[in-house]
Design a binder for this molecule. Sequence first.
Ligand code: DAH
Length: 353
Amino acid sequence: MTTAEYSQKLDTVVTELKTALQSATSSETVEALKTEYLGKKGSFTLLSKQIKDVDDKKEAGQLLNTTKQTLEDMLATARTTAAKKLAWIDLTMPGKKPEVGHTHPVSQAMEEITHIFEQIGFTRVRYPEVDWDHYVFEALNMPKSHPARDEWETFFVDAPVDNQMGKMVLTTHTSNGQVREMERLNSQPPIRMINIARCYRRQQDATHTQMFHQFEGLVVDKGITIQHLKGTLDYFAEQFYGPGTKSRIRPFHFQFTEPSFEVDFSCQICHGTGYLDDAETQKCRFCKSGWHEVGGAGMVHPNVLKAGGIDPDEYTGFAFGWGIERTYTLKEGLNLDDIRLLYSGDLRFLHQF
Ligand code: DAH
């Protein structure tokens, strides 16, 4: 083979690689081409072995060297271009927003409840969530060893007992705020408080968590009657659950109210009918015959007013209290059947709110 013929073959390899590199955009393709041309079985390598057939070996050797250099230079340039492409940023592309959290559904419910009651003149107050037996039980007409105390599955705190205040407990209900509020106002009504706080009980199942939240309303003034209580409950029902929601009170017993009631709200799923269809064949599985049991209420017991230094002959009052988790999960569209999910920290669940 003449040197000219050999030179032409080498030129073809250079042109081929040039064309191939034009469409090589990533460094991986550039490296693959390097193997294809300069690797053990690469086209340049194979061609270099043909030197033995060329007449002028000295000249052919020089040609081989310069060609190899050209190929290597081309590959190096392509490598740099590919790397630059990788670092290229399109400034016109819409940015990625950092994920922002939101308030927990229970906090949202607390804000909403506070707002609803503020509209009718209630003030939100906060009282200790670890409190004395006195405020949690004794002042609420539950003397020591009264069986009514058993209803509250109490956690006791391992702390010194106070002569007057008794043991320290984790608050089992927000009713501890009642006498505290009377004292804060120096036993001078009017009182319109809404007390929202954590409560604790030794219970854990699908409808109970050991830590939960309650809200407590207390109104004390001259001439307060059950009608005021019922009006307040109806107002809350419509505001929180939507227009048309009704409240219902049923006789019950609590030590700190007389008379006492259990409070129900009409179910928004079946619109209080108890059935999911017009023909009334399918019972509503979310409620009991069109109603949800939510909490307790009543007219403040004279002994409780007395414990707060208020004269029961001059003033009367009503109170109500119930769990936020339960109240909230009954909202239309939620219908959570396991409230423990609220505290699971599962983002797939929390993202929905
Ligand atoms: N404290 C009661 C409970 O946890 C609920 C309750 C009932 C609160 C009657 C009240 C009330 O203010 O008047 O079960």
